[in-house]
Design a binder for this molecule. Structure first.
Ligand code: PMP
Length: 453
């Protein structure tokens, strides 16, 4: 498969060789890299993208899930054009009416979000949530789950993809650094929790209650492995009882598993929520939101107000939780986000229906071929997991057949079906039964090559 890949994608190969002279590894985000080299893309339309060798792919990566209206949605283009024509500029750096209009939509869809702030990425959104939690609780340590990703800064760069040889026992996982350059001696590594194991979590949280400001969680790990309903309600109850804040990181799940995200799906209210990806319509964007009394710590007036209420602890401007950014609440991005919500309200059910069809047909095909596989996920995201077993957490996923999955993914690239190897599948309003048929036919050819039949 690798030879075939290099023959079909020689222009990408040449670009990546040149790119290595510009950017380390030839990429500007490590996640863009895969072996033998990533494809370089130049065009997108609807459900399709085209690479620099002029090969067309059905796109299931969709910019890591961000493009839920597909590529270049005409209504989105129009919304951006109209705002540009109206405003006459790209950016003000001053408040703009859309910050309110958009925020009211978020408050309506996510009732736990009483107040919010806009950021420029999911990373910035979780960073602010964690800072708020530490300030509000006056505690210093974070708890996160093994296998969960929350962005690229020191607090959360632990145990995202740890080698199992270093990860410790399943019910007391170790904190494994994901990056060099995190000066562990100067700071506390987060407490690592096992996903979907309520008894172990309760034990660990009780043990570390005194230092824990918050638990941050992807309610569906990687956007596709659901917390069991008992686990998520149990976690909500324990954290509340122990005075630890619960942060739902809905950067992947927001708008994708249902418009109102995991909060709506589970009917569980976190203290803080982070959103990103889909809601930026393909532009850099994030949201941190949650309970009023926590979020108000970012208010420029908070120092003064809280001083009156509580005496000496909040006495100076620096007692406000710092949050700023040149591009926060970019009006063009808010216009794109508003249009995204409008189109999804109309069309989200059909995205779910097409996704269900694809999952069912894939499972039926794998069954016919005699290859154990589960399409794990809900709403508009799922992943193809080569296993016979239930998938409840990171370690279950590691125990599935990742090597064969990688090979299938490379063969699928040769067949014009795009996702980054091992990545989950995301669908958009542009994906229809036609793309499902094309995908199933490609999978059929690939599996026939691997197992015959
Ligand atoms: N949290 C989650 C759950 C994510 O999936 C991501 C991005 N994959 C982030 C945070 C970080 O978002 P960004 O890449 O926009 O910084």
């Amino acid at each position: 498969p690798e030879y075939e890949y290099t023959v079909k994608t020689s222009h990408s190969k040449a670009w990546i060789e040149q790119a290595k002279q510009v950017m380390p590894g030839g990429v500007t985000a490590n996640i863009k890299h895969f072996a033998p080299y990533p494809l370089v893309m130049k065009k997108g339309k609807g459900a399709f993208i085209t690479d620099v060798d002029d090969r067309q792919y059905v796109d299931y990566l969709l910019a890591y899930g961000a493009l839920m209206l597909g590529h270049g949605h005409p209504e989105m283009k129009q919304a951006i054009d109209e705002l540009l024509a109206d405003a006459g500029t790209f950016l003000f750096g001053a408040p703009h009416p859309l910050e309110v209009t958009f925020g009211q939509e978020i408050q309506r869809l996510y009732p736990s979000i009483e107040r919010l702030r806009y950021t420029n990425s999911g990373t910035e959104a979780t960073l602010l949530a964690v800072r708020l939690a530490k300030a509000y609780t006056n505690k210093t340590r974070l708890a996160k789950f093994e296998g969960h990703y929350h962005g690229g800064y020191n607090d959360v760069l632990y145990s995202v993809n740890p080698p199992l040889s270093e990860a410790g026992p399943a019910d007391v996982p170790c904190a494994v650094q994901e990056s060099m350059g995190i000066q562990e001696k100067e700071r506390e590594a987060p407490l690592i929790l096992p996903f979907n194991n309520l008894a172990a979590c309760e034990r660990l949280l009780r043990e570390h209650q005194a230092s824990l400001a918050a638990v941050i969680i992807e309610p569906l790990q990687g956007g596709f492995i659901p917390a069991t309903p008992g686990f998520i309600t149990g976690l909500r109850n324990i954290t509340k009882k122990l005075g630890i804040l619960l942060i739902f990181d809905e950067v992947k799940t927001g708008f994708r598993i249902t418009l109102g995200g995991a909060e709506e799906w589970y009917q569980v209210k976190p203290d803080l929520t982070t959103l990103g990806k889909v809601i930026g319509g393909g532009f850099p964007f994030g949201i941190t939101g949650g309970r009023k009394e926590i979020m108000e710590l970012t208010s420029p007036a908070a120092g003064a107000d809280l001083f009156e209420q509580s005496g000496s602890r909040f006495s100076r401007a620096k007692d406000v939780v710092f949050h700023s950014g040149t591009y926060n609440g970019h009006p063009l991005i808010l216009a794109a986000g508003l249009k995204t919500i409008e189109v999804l309200q109309r069309e989200i059910d059909s995205v779910f229906a097409v996704t269900d069809t694809l999952k069912q047909e894939l499972e039926a095909l794998f069954k016919r071929k005699g290859v154990p596989m589960k399409a794990v996920g809900t709403g508009s995201i799922f992943n193809v997991v080569l296993t016979e077993h239930d998938i409840l957490n990171y370690r279950d996923l590691q125990a599935s057949d990742l090597a064969i999955r990688k090979m299938i993914d490379l063969l699928l690239l040769n067949e014009g079906i795009y996702t980054k190897p091992l990545n989950r599948y995301s669908l958009s309003t542009a994906h229809t039964e036609r793309e499902v048929e094309r995908t199933i036919a490609a999978y059929d050819r690939v599996l026939s090559r691997l197992v015959g039949g």
